[in-house]
Design a protein around this ligand. Structure first.
Ligand SMILES: N[C@@H](CCC(=O)N[C@@H](CS)C(=O)NCC(=O)O)C(=O)O
Length: 208
């Protein structure tokens, strides 16, 4: 098994955290996008990371599917509730956190286009998804320790990866001041080795 990902992908980080939490040893194949898009497309027709290459060579994507697979493959440290209602709650948290990440990725990509081609309207539309998503996540969290209450789960992993990505790509947003309960959640998450070991890192430039 090996994981194809970049070191700045928030979806890839979700999977890396799950591997660490579940103590699954899995080598990484580090790629940079868009430079390695063609190579990634050989594994995933959508050209997106993360992709888990299984022992039989078959590729698995996307991050939620990979996490489901890993969580069932090893019973150690379950991250998705077995109770169906709780599982749906966790999935809803993950869907909202990933949706905020999706909107952030779109804003970042748009702002990398030549200034004349950028659409302020498109950016504003994505930004409002981010703003509404954060407000909802904060309202849903209230003063709980973890997203689901007492149990740490894939919901916390998705929310933590999304908030870390906002810090990396949109530091001016200062979500932590607006939503102190989300900031406290991140403090708790960063105490976990799985989070500390997977902080976002830009790819090292190749020495000339
Ligand atoms: N829903 C997918 C999203 C994956 C995704 O969008 N990955 C980004 C990297 S952060 C990517 O590979 N983008 C390249 C592209 O869209 O061409 C997942 O959860 O794995």
């Amino acid at each position: 098994m090996k994981l194809v990902t970049s070191l700045t992908s928030p979806y890839g980080r979700k999977v890396r955290i799950v591997l660490a939490e579940k103590r699954v040893d899995c080598p990484l194949t580090i790629v940079s996008l868009p430079e390695d898009a063609e190579a990634v497309s050989e594994f995933n027709p959508l050209g997106k990371v993360p992709v888990l290459i299984m022992d039989d060579g078959k590729p698995l994507y996307d991050s939620s599917v990979i996490i489901d697979y890993l969580d069932h493959a090893s019973p150690f440290s379950r991250l998705t509730p077995t109770d169906h209602r709780q599982m749906i709650r966790a999935r809803r948290w993950e869907a909202l956190a990933d949706g905020v990440t999706d909107a952030t990725v779109l804003v970042v990509a748009e702002k990398r286009r030549p200034a004349k081609q950028q659409s302020a309207e498109w950016i504003a539309r994505q930004q409002s998804k981010i703003n509404r998503g954060l407000a909802q996540l904060s309202a849903d969290l209230t003063d709980r320790r973890w997203c689901l209450g007492d149990a740490y789960s894939v919901a916390d992993i998705a929310v933590g990866c999304m908030l870390g990505y906002l810090d990396l790509r949109m530091p001016e947003l200062d979500w932590a001041t607006a939503y102190p309960n989300l900031a406290e959640l991140v403090v708790r998450l960063n105490e976990r080795p799985a989070f500390a070991e997977t902080v976002y890192r830009e790819a090292q430039p190749v020495a000339a």
